[in-house]
Design a protein around this ligand. Structure first.
Ligand code: HAM
Length: 410
């Protein structure tokens, strides 16, 4: 019986796992540099954690969550995103006392979307959150961090930063009302999918990809007209700081983001090299969300990036295998081989015993696996209690014993 992977899931191995691990290692380096601490949360949570905050009318909640009842009839959901679980964890563990606090995490998320290039049902996200500051520098800092990380992972790619401001929650409520009214007046020109969103989620119509909707959307009231002077000043300051940091900003007035909890600054890092799933990183401010989840009324700002999407754009990771291969020429020399094996392992080196007992096969395996050294154990080595060691990078070969082999290998 052959069992295939579940649709929208994939295994990681070979070149891809190297890319994956390089991303995780770059994320950790930059996180510690910027003073973010790691927070790991469970893969499943109570469904209630996601329903309201993500927006009961949003696609993620309506169609995409993997929700089930466990044996006690508890409603459980595989996390579709990381922001709400991080807030839940910060509240559950009393981590919101000395503000601001900064957390990051990486891990699998689950959304039952239609799979395509760059869109999967199980995928990995990088997530950075800053809880407790409404200083506009918190927005700048987290965008700067995203920009530097992207530069590190994808040094030669053109990635564009789109930014917008949604204004405060109140601005947004007023804007949504005006928008619903406008779309209602023009509903005969909208696609049926967009018509369904007029009352509950008019913002989502703005980023409809349906060409039928384009004309109505182009003439829709624009959010920036609803922003207060204070909002606008703050938005200008953020853009100026980003400019001072040499980050090119593309103002995108139709950027509203797919989840319901955003206000003020929203942003996305986009590419045009991987097709329609072109957003590598998305995030923004979510003042009010922490309170909705039972915490204090404190603001927050953060972002998440899709690891698989970054991997699609990333060059192969070149790495030299540090391991030392053993070429044991005959089963009779196993006990002499065992001495060097044990010695090298105890010196924290990586040793590869290939079970081949043949010089040619051992050399070809060592070269295939890009080993750095090979230790040859043949008749002469066995009789004289020494080892022939070859550096496979420069071809240098020496006869050594346990007392002096380390200086050659290091
Ligand atoms: P999001 O825009 O839903 O935001 O997802 C963030 C990123 O995750 C996307 O830009 C994309 O790279 C990746 N992603 C999303 N869905 C998929 C999928 N099905 N397959 C592959 N990659 C995917 C959030 O999740 C927010 N929690 C971000 C945030 C953090 N906002 C504030 N803090």
């Amino acid at each position: 019986m052959k069992i295939n992977p579940v649709r929208g899931t994939h295994d990681l191995f070979g070149k891809n796992i190297k890319k994956f691990n390089k991303i995780i290692s770059d994320v950790k380096d930059i996180a510690y540099q910027f003073g973010f601490n790691e927070l790991v949360t469970p893969i499943f949570e109570s469904t209630a954690l996601f329903k309201k905050p993500l927006g009961e009318q949003s696609d993620v909640v309506l169609k995409e969550m993997y929700t089930f009842k466990d044996r006690n009839d508890d409603e459980i959901t595989l996390r579709p995103e990381y922001t709400t679980p991080m807030i839940r964890a910060a509240i559950s563990n009393g981590l919101l006392n000395n503000l601001p606090v900064k957390f990051f995490g990486t891990g699998q998320m689950f959304r039952r979307e239609r799979p395509q290039k760059g869109r999967y049902r199980q995928f990995n996200q990088i997530n950075f959150e800053n809880f407790g500051s409404n200083d506009s520098f918190a927005d700048v800092e987290i965008i700067n961090l995203a920009n530097l990380l992207i530069k590190k992972i994808l040094p030669n790619k053109k990635i564009k930063l789109h930014i917008n401001s949604l204004g405060t929650r109140e601005n947004l409520i007023n804007y949504k009302k005006t928008l619903s009214h406008y779309f209602n007046q023009n509903k005969n020109f909208l696609s049926s999918e967009s018509k369904d969103k007029i009352q509950l989620n008019p913002l989502r119509i703005l980023d409809s990809k349906n060409i039928e909707d384009k004309e109505v959307i182009d003439k829709a009231p624009v959010l920036i007209d609803f922003l207060s002077k204070e909002n606008l000043n703050e938005y200008e300051e953020i853009k100026k700081c980003l400019n001072d940091l040499d980050i090119t900003v593309y103002e995108n007035t139709s950027l509203v983001r797919g989840l319901d909890y955003y206000c003020n600054t929203v942003f996305e890092f986009k590419t045009n090299e991987i097709g329609s799933q072109d957003t590598l990183i998305g995030g923004g401010r979510y003042d009010g969300l922490i309170e909705v989840l039972g915490g204090k009324d404190i603001p927050g700002v953060g972002w998440a990036g899709g690891i698989e999407r970054m991997m699609l754009l990333m060059d192969d990771v070149q790495s030299q295998n540090q391991s030392i291969h053993l070429a044991i020429l005959n089963q009779n020399y196993k006990s002499h081989a065992f001495k060097i094996y044990d010695f090298l392992i105890k010196n924290n080196l990586s040793v590869f015993w290939n079970y081949k007992y043949n010089l040619k096969k051992s050399l070809s395996t060592a070269n295939e696996q890009k080993a750095k050294f090979i230790v040859i154990i043949g008749e002469d080595e066995n009789i004289n209690n020494h080892y022939t060691v070859k550096n496979l990078l420069n071809g240098e070969q020496k006869v050594k014993d346990l007392s002096n082999i380390m200086e050659f290998i290091k």
